[in-house]
Design a protein around this ligand. Structure first.
Ligand SMILES: NC(=O)c1ccc[n+]([C@@H]2O[C@H](COP(=O)([O-])OP(=O)(O)OC[C@H]3O[C@@H](n4cnc5c(N)ncnc54)[C@H](O)[C@@H]3O)[C@@H](O)[C@H]2O)c1
Length: 267
């Protein structure tokens, strides 16, 4: 499958000129593709991640291509680190116009083999992170009279997978966080939507598939093809996130966009 690299998409589009976009989990995978696309369309991009080398290399790549980006290290499960990262990002590019809450992780294990510490840790990464980030950027958006938030959820928010009780529950929370923020802040001109992918060819996705296989869950290439045609390429999710982040989606609010090649349509 020939998927065009992010840098080749919409060379003449400039939907994000003068916008400060913050991408959590922006150093790799879908987040990195989104960083490239946002920057190519004129955004000033703050990349927040725990991967220093990849994040720094990506910010350099964007600047060499004529764009604007900085890398700020933060573990999004820590309120203190998020607060520090937002301070650095705001100092450099002004308050955030578009927040893409993408960083996340999974734990694949039978429920009874999981510990409460693992439950807390996964919720801290997948759910507390959205609280810290959104709580941090909303005042600036309200002061400007507009803002956009895009959260990365998953088909796992509504389609349960064995061995992923912790992950599925955390993504269910992401879904309601999205709807609740949209409901509370619509009249202040804030939009909040979620992207819900199926299996994506990223470190996270490939690790998840291997771990599920090890527990005997059928996620062979053939099984994934049956579910969603083929594995999804990271840029295909990034493009959907950019649509929700852009003014093209000006009347889309509180929505969950399944980007899964028909997987959910069969449920
Ligand atoms: N890959 C899939 O199949 C799939 C499917 C549905 C949803 N998702 C969601 O996508 C996100 C994973 O992204 P990806 O698929 O691009 O994988 P990825 O592993 O390529 O990227 C995830 C990024 O998040 C960063 N990250 C992880 N924990 C962090 C933390 N505590 N603080 C800061 N950064 C952190 C990683 O360093 C990495 O750069 C998660 O939210 C996941 O739930 C992935």
């Amino acid at each position: 499958m020939n998927i065009n690299p992010a840098s080749m998409i919409h060379p003449n589009r400039s939907r994000f000129v003068d916008r400060h976009v913050l991408v959590s989990g922006g150093a790799a995978g879908v987040g990195a593709e989104a960083v490239r696309l946002f920057a190519a369309e004129g955004a000033r991009v703050s990349i927040v991640d725990i991967q220093d080398a990849a994040g720094t290399a990506l910010s350099e790549e964007v600047m060499e291509a004529g764009g604007e980006a900085i890398f700020v290290r933060a573990d999004v499960s820590s309120g203190q680190e998020v607060s520090h990262a937002l301070g650095v990002a705001n100092e450099r590019f002004g308050t955030v116009d578009i927040l893409y809450n993408h960083a996340g992780s999974t734990i694949v294990k039978p429920f009874l083999d999981t510990s409460y510490e693992e439950w807390r840790r996964l919720f801290a990464i997948n759910v507390d992170s959205m609280y810290f980030m959104t709580h941090g950027v909303l005042p600036g958006m309200l002061a400007k009279g507009k803002g956009v938030i895009v959260n990365t959820s998953s088909v796992s928010a509504v389609l349960a997978t064995p061995m992923e009780v912790l992950y599925c529950t955390s993504k269910g929370a992401c879904q309601m966080f999205t709807r609740s923020i949209a409901t509370e802040y619509r009249d202040q001109n804030i939009r909040c939507n979620a992207v819900c992918p199926g299996f994506i060819r990223t470190a996270h996705g490939l690790r998840e598939i291997d771990a599920l296989k090890a527990y005997g869950v059928d996620v062979t290439e053939a099984a994934i093809a049956e579910l969603q045609g083929r594995i999804c390429e990271p840029v295909e999710i990034a493009r959907a996130a950019l649509f929700l982040a852009s003014d093209d989606a000006s009347f889309v609010n509180g929505e969950t966009l399944y980007v899964d090649n028909g997987l959910m349509a069969r449920t």
